[in-house]
Design a protein around this ligand. Structure first.
Ligand code: SAH
Length: 223
C-alpha cells in the first residue's frame, strides 16, 4: 500500500497519500504540501519509504509522518506546544510547526549533535523554515529524549520518532491534560504505535495501534 503513494513531485506524493486514504484531514494535507521533503530526504524524497540519513538514523516514510499528524491533529491548534523526540532530518518537526502556526512552538530533541545540525540546516533551506527558526516556532536541542524536555513542558502533543523500550513516565508527566503522546513501543521483539491520551481529569489511557519498524530510542552511540 505504502509504496503506491510515491510521486514525481512533493505535490504528487501528498496527493497520492490522500487518494490512498493515508492523509484524511485537510489541515494535514495542507501542512505536508507546505514542506518540501527534498529539503529533508537526501535522495528519492518523493518515494513513500524510509531513507537513511546517516548516523544510524532514517527519515521515516511519508505515510508514517502522515499517521502521526493525523493522530495528533486535535491537539495541534494554533499556539500549541509540541515536543518531537528523535527529530532526525527535521521534516516532521517542520510539519508539526506548520500545524501550530501562528504562535505555536515545537521543540525537536535529538541526541546526536550532527543530526541536530542537520535538522537545523534542512529547516533553514526554505523561507518558511527560516521564519519558524527565527521567531521561536521551531527549536532543535541536543538531549536524551527519553527524559523529554522539561524546560518547555507541558506539551499539548508529543511525538516520538524512535521505538522506546517502555512508556517513559517522564514523557507522560510532560503532557498537558488534555494532551496526546504518539510513540512506537517495542514489546517482545515487535514494535507498535501507542497513542497515549491524558484526559482533562489527568487519567491516562494507552491505545495500541499499528505494527511498525522504527530505529530504537537508545543511549547516544559513542563510536
Ligand atoms: N522523525 C525523524 C526520525 C529519525 S530516526 C525523521 O523522520 O527524520 C530516529 C531518531 O531518533 C534518530 O535521529 C536518532 O538519533 C534519534 N534518537 C534515538 N534515541 C534517542 C534518544 N534517546 N534521544 C533523542 N533522540 C534519539
Amino acid at each position: 500500500m505504502a509504496w503506491r503513494s510515491s510521486g514525481a513531485t512533493n505535490e504528487a506524493l501528498i496527493e497520492n497519500l490522500a487518494r490512498n486514504g493515508l492523509i484524511k484531514q485537510e489541515r494535514v494535507k495542507k501542512a505536508m504540501l507546505g514542506v518540501d521533503r527534498a529539503h529533508y530526504a537526501p535522495y528519492a524524497p518523493y518515494e513513500d519509504s524510509p531513507q537513511t540519513i546517516g548516523h544510524r538514523a532514517t527519515i521515516s516514510a511519508p505515510h508514517m509522518h502522515a499517521a502521526a499528524c493525523e493522530s495528533l491533529l486535535p491537539y495541534l491548534r494554533p499556539g500549541a506546544h509540541v515536543l518531537d523526540i528523535g527529530s532526525g532530518s527535521g521534516y516532521l518537526t517542520h510539519v508539526l510547526a506548520e500545524l501550530v502556526k501562528p504562535g505555536g512552538k515545537v521543540v525537536g530533541v535529538e541526541h546526536i549533535q550532527p543530526l541536530v545540525e542537520m535538522g537545523t540546516g534542512n529547516t533553514r533551506k526554505s523561507a518558511e523554515g527560516r521564519d519558524l527558526m527565527d521567531n521561536g516556532g521551531i527549536r532543535y536541542v541536543k538531549a536524551d529524549g527519553r527524559l523529554g524536555w522539561p524546560q518547555d513542558a507541558p506539551y499539548d502533543a508529543i511525538h516520538v520518532g524512535a521505538a522506546a523500550a517502555g512508556f517513559h513516565q517522564a514523557l507522560i508527566d510532560q503532557l498537558k491534560a488534555p494532551g496526546r503522546l504518539f510513540m512506537p513501543v517495542e514489546e517482545d521483539h515487535m514494535q507498535h504505535i501507542y497513542v497515549i491520551d491524558k484526559k482533562e481529569d489527568g487519567t491516562v489511557t494507552k491505545t495500541k495501534d499499528m505494527g511498525v519498524r522504527y530505529v530504537p530510542l537508545t543511549d547516544a552511540p559513542t563510536d
